[in-house]
Ligand binder design. Structure first.
Ligand code: ZN
Length: 454
């Protein structure tokens, strides 16, 4: 390093230090007090009446029945509503929307037709729609072009716009082609499969791919376990898991065959994505090992699904629940068509409406509301590996919460109509109407480590 470089580095350090100092939390963070008519704890499946939640800045300070409301606090009266933690979609795709026109639902074409910047803007819109429906955390697991998912994470964390906390996977890692079956021309000459997948066939390539995703902002890693008949071995999967752990990431395996499921389980994977290929024996082993299931349990509606497939999905979800697999609520939503309209109003369903509509499958499987609530909150935070930061309404955690009319512990449909949403201590929605002004900023208002908030 020469003298000039040293001077430059020192200058840069000084600049960074002063920037960090400028972003230190203000001396007196605003205090908010929420009066909750009922407060649900999904962990225990219980509710407490007339609770007060004190929030200081972005975080929860105290929760209880007899709390004194500090002078000067901004009081939010939700005494007629049920307050609960925000919802989690544990497997979704924010930056891909394949359509009947022009792709004929053939998602090979989506990434050719839609640029990554366009897809990133779709992701921003989808994030706002999901937050409006009460989803404060999502796991966004691939098919996001050239890292639209980590860009969305970064934009929300920096404070450009509102949205859920995004746990992105970066680019899906698989053997050559990923989920695609490219022609030689696509693969060798034009690279027309990429950036949807990272090819990683050897151990060196697996390590490199995992590191690359983490470098570019992934908080989880997604592997195609068995997208090809040769797929990943137990040893390959174990290597990905140990490499991901170095960057604080857990691994999800996309699984589509019983053999692939078994290899993922044997390797000790953290989450299995898609429940279709799982047998009762897999469920038994997953329960024993505590492996999360993101079943992506598609309901049968006029815009998606078929009756036979739905019956099978319902039966598998039911069996997984009976065997006590740690279940998460997950959708795999990545499509749109002309029929996605509300039957009563004839209006387009939002991305949030479409997401929460997956409750139909859980209801058809006769899963008790308290267990559905646990899946769509607590298990989601655990699967996203953020439960120590946010999720439960407990002192010290980020103030993310929602409020609904009625009692979701007895009628799960209550969560379809979210009246109030708070994210990081800021009100995003009140009286059933979005009020996101405070979330829009002309610059990055939060970026303590320069890129991400963690
Ligand atoms: Zn998916």
């Amino acid at each position: 390093m020469n003298k000039r470089t040293v001077t430059f580095c020192l200058l840069l350090l000084a600049l960074l230090a002063s920037a960090a100092a400028g972003q230190a939390p203000a001396q007196s963070a605003p205090i908010t007090a929420i009066k909750a008519g009922r407060l649900i704890d999904p962990e225990t499946g219980t509710a407490a009446a007339n609770q007060v939640i004190i929030i200081e800045g972005e975080k929860i300070k105290a929760v209880g029945a007899e709390l004194a409301i500090p002078a000067g606090a901004n009081v939010i009266d939700l005494s007629k509503l049920t307050v609960m933690p925000g919802l989690v979609d544990a497997h979704t795709h924010m930056a891909i929307t394949y359509k009947e026109q022009p792709e004929n639902n053939y998602y090979y074409l989506t990434y050719v037709m839609d640029s990554t910047p366009l897809r990133a803007i779709q992701a921003a819109s989808n994030g706002i729609q999901l937050l409006n429906a009460g989803f404060t955390v999502i796991r966004d697991v691939g098919n996001n072009g050239m890292y639209a998912d980590t860009a969305l994470r970064q934009a929300i964390e920096q404070g450009w716009l509102p949205g859920p906390t995004v746990i992105p996977s970066g680019i899906i890692i698989g053997g050559t082609g990923g989920q695609f079956w490219p022609t030689p021309e696509m693969h060798k000459q034009h690279k027309i499969v990429y950036p949807e997948y990272i090819d990683a066939n050897s151990h060196d390539e697996i390590v490199r791919a995992v590191r690359e995703n983490m470098l570019f902002g992934a908080r989880t890693i997604k592997l195609c376990i068995d997208c090809k008949p040769w797929g990943y071995s137990v040893e390959d999967i174990k290597l990905a898991i140990s490499e991901a752990a170095k960057g604080g990431c857990k691994v999800e395996g996309h699984v589509q065959t019983p053999e692939g499921a078994q290899r993922a389980i044997d390797a000790g994977i953290y989450i299995i994505g898609h429940g279709n290929a799982l047998t009762p024996e897999h469920h038994r082993q997953m329960a024993e090992k505590g492996i999360f299931l993101a079943g992506t349990d598609t309901p049968f509606t006029k815009y998606r699904g078929g009756e036979a497939a739905f019956k099978q999905t319902v039966a598998k979800l039911r069996d997984a629940w009976e065997k006590k697999v740690p279940l998460t609520f997950s959708t795999d939503l990545d499509y749109w068509n002309e029929r996605m309209k509300d039957e009563k109003t004839g209006e387009w369903m939002s991305r949030g409406d479409l997401t929460i509509a997956f409750l139909d499958t859980w209801k058809a499987a006769n899963i008790p509301p308290a267990d559905i609530l646990r899946a769509i909150t607590i298990n989601g935070y655990k699967a996203a590996d953020i439960i120590k930061e946010r999720g439960p309404i407990k002192p010290g955690l980020f103030a993310d919460l929602i409020a609904v009319a009625g009692d979701p512990l007895t009628d799960i449909d209550a969560v379809r109509n979210v009246r109030f949403v708070m994210k990081n201590g800021m009100v995003f929605k009140k009286d059933g109407v979005m009020s996101p002004e405070k979330f829009f900023n002309p610059g990055p208002v939060r970026m303590p480590n320069g890129r991400y908030t963690r």
